[in-house]
Design a protein around this ligand. Structure first.
Ligand code: TYM
Length: 332
């Protein structure tokens, strides 16, 4: 069975983008894969996180992932900082990856912005840690949203260079799984910008914790254009906001943009937004309720994460020990 690995940062409340681009696909993959899912707190601190909030956000995210349908008993759910192998392998990968490769990472350029000199060194080498997350488990399939594609290409470059430099066939090739009609959910305020936990405007995103009224209000206010919906996907060309809402609808309805448009084409956005808001509330309200229920018992939640970390370490530790032996370390 191929091993699946994926991660998500506890840097805020998970959004509809995280859900449709990643978590929902993680749930489906549980049926026929061995899955390891990780709340990546080491990644989160590449930008400043208030220590009092980081622990809360880590638990909230874990609860939300379980509420979405991840089974932490059959599969593995844990927080990254609890398994030392990630940081250990990341150091080796810091020495394998080339500066030229990291300089090409568009996400670093976006996140560092104009004040690049002031970005943390961690933000710069973040893709090396991400490669370590996956390769510490010899995972071969990685379900992510479209924005992580470049990082996974870099992970494959790192794996190949390690194998080449040490004359081994130790790390496998990773296959990105970028699935469904909502692999890139866009901001509700600007159809050319990714929906993000860190956008200054809460109106730009749907959070998995939003209640029905707030969801309906955000959808009603979502930016659109004046034309009615087209009846075929080709008519979405040059209409990023319309394309985004149709993609979200298709993903939630387990359908395709073509089917959504054959049903809703010709309608104005008023009617379509009502239908979309109803579908969102129906999908997300149970998740929010279950997240709240799980968060009422943090002792149980912490137990789940601890147990996941123990089982994760049992897989990663021997793999990373072997990587260290290949590098030439004497060992503890
Ligand atoms: P993060 O925390 O930014 O996002 C978690 C997952 O959600 C997806 N995603 C989206 N998908 C569609 N539309 C959007 N607007 C959207 N926003 C986010 C992301 O693609 C991701 O799949 N570096 C990663 C976390 C990570 C990781 C890993 C992933 C760390 N190690 C190893 C895979 C394997 C990140 O920051 O994701």
């Amino acid at each position: 069975m191929q091993r699946i690995f994926s991660g998500i940062q506890p840097s805020g409340i998970p959004t509809l983008g995280n859900y449709l681009g990643a978590i929902r696909n993680w749930v489906a993959l549980q049926r026929d894969h061995a899955c390891i899912y990780c709340v990546v707190d080491l990644h989160a601190i590449t930008v400043w996180q208030d220590p009092r909030q980081l622990a809360t956000q880590t638990r909230e995210l874990a609860a939300s992932i379980i509420a979405c349908g991840i089974d932490p008993q059959k599969h593995i759910l844990f927080h990254q900082s609890a398994v030392r192998a990630h940081a250990q392998l990341a150091w080796i990968f810091n020495c394998v990856a080339r500066l030229g490769w990291l300089n090409r990472m568009t996400q670093f350029k976006d996140k560092a912005g104009r004040d690049r000199e002031n970005a943390s060194a961690g933000l710069y080498v973040y893709p090396n840690l991400m490669a370590a997350d996956i390769l510490a488990y010899h995972a071969t399939r990685v379900p992510v949203g479209d924005d992580q594609r470049q990082h996974l290409e870099l992970a494959n470059d790192i794996a190949q260079k390690f194998n080449h430099d040490y004359g081994v066939a130790f790390f496998p090739t990773i296959e990105p799984l970028i699935l469904g009609p909502a692999a890139r959910v866009m901001s509700l305020r600007d159809g050319t910008k990714k929906m993000s936990k860190s956008d200054a405007s809460d109106q730009s995103r749907i959070n998995l914790s939003d209640g029905p009224d707030l969801i309906a209000q955000k959808v009603r206010r979502a930016k659109t254009d004046p034309a009615p919906l087209p009846s075929e996907p080709a008519g979405l060309e040059g209409r990023p906001e319309a394309r985004n809402l149709v993609g979200i609808y298709a993903a939630l309805a387990d359908s395709t943009p073509a089917d959504v448009l054959s049903e809703h084409g010709g309608k104005g956005f008023g009617a379509f937004k009502e239908a979309l808001a109803a579908l969102l509330v129906e999908s997300l309200a149970p998740i929010a309720a279950e997240t709240r229920r799980l968060l009422a018992d943090t002792a149980t939640l912490d137990g789940i994460l601890r147990d996941g970390a123990r089982r994760a370490a049992a897989i990663a530790d021997p793999i990373v020990a072997e990587a260290e032996r290949l590098v030439g370390f004497v060992g503890p």
